[in-house]
Write a protein that binds this ligand. Structure first.
Ligand SMILES: [Fe+2]
Ligand SMILES: [Fe+2]
Length: 159
C-alpha cells in the first residue's frame, strides 16, 4: 500500500468531511492551506513510521495527524482571540475534533501536544512524538519556501 492509500483507508471519512473542506480555504504557512499542510504532515508521519518500523497504531497516527491543526479559523486575521494562536490552537483543534469525530487517547495526545516545546504539554505517545517532530520540519520548510517566494517577487520588482 502507498502512504496515500493508508491515509485514505484510515482517514477517508475525515478527508471527505466538511471540516477538512473548510481547511482548504484557510492558509497556514506561506502559500499552503491548512488542508495541504495537514495532508503533507500526515503523509510524512506515515513515511517516517514505516521507514523506521516504528511500533505505532497506524489508524491513530493518520487520524491524529490529519486533525492536528483542526482549529478552523484564519489565524492571520487581526482578531484578539487569535493573538495567542501558537499556544492555544491545539486545544481549539482538539475541541473541534471531539465535536466532529470519535477521538481516542492517542489522537488526543497527538493533537494537544503537537506544539511542544512552545506549549509545555509533552507528547506521551510514540505517535505524538512523531507528529511533533514531523510538523516542525514541515512548518519550517513551508515557511522558508513562502519566504523565498516573497523575496523572489521583491527582487524581480526591482528590475
Ligand atoms: Fe499546529
Ligand atoms: Fe501543523
Amino acid at each position: 500500500m502507498t502512504n496515500m492509500e493508508i491515509i485514505r483507508y484510515y482517514g477517508g471519512d475525515i478527508l471527505d468531511s466538511p471540516g477538512l473542506s473548510r481547511e482548504k480555504t484557510l492558509m497556514q504557512h506561506g502559500d499552503m492551506s491548512v488542508y495541504d499542510h495537514s495532508l503533507l504532515v500526515t503523509e510524512r508521519c506515515v513515511a517516517f513510521a514505516r521507514a523506521r518500523h516504528a511500533k505505532v497504531d497506524m489508524r491513530s497516527l493518520v487520524r491524529g495527524a490529519l486533525l492536528h491543526d483542526y482549529f478552523l479559523y484564519d489565524w492571520h486575521e487581526d482578531d484578539d482571540s487569535h493573538r495567542l494562536h501558537g499556544f492555544t490552537h491545539p486545544i481549539r483543534a482538539l475541541r473541534n475534533a471531539k465535536r466532529d469525530f470519535e477521538i481516542n487517547k492517542i489522537e488526543e495526545d497527538m493533537i494537544s501536544c503537537h506544539m511542544f516545546p512552545l506549549n509545555l504539554r509533552v507528547p506521551r505517545t510514540t505517535e505524538g512524538r512523531i507528529l511533533c517532530f514531523v510538523d516542525k520540519v514541515c512548518a519550517t520548510y513551508e515557511t522558508a519556501k513562502g519566504f523565498a517566494a516573497v523575496m523572489r517577487r521583491r527582487v524581480s520588482s526591482w528590475s
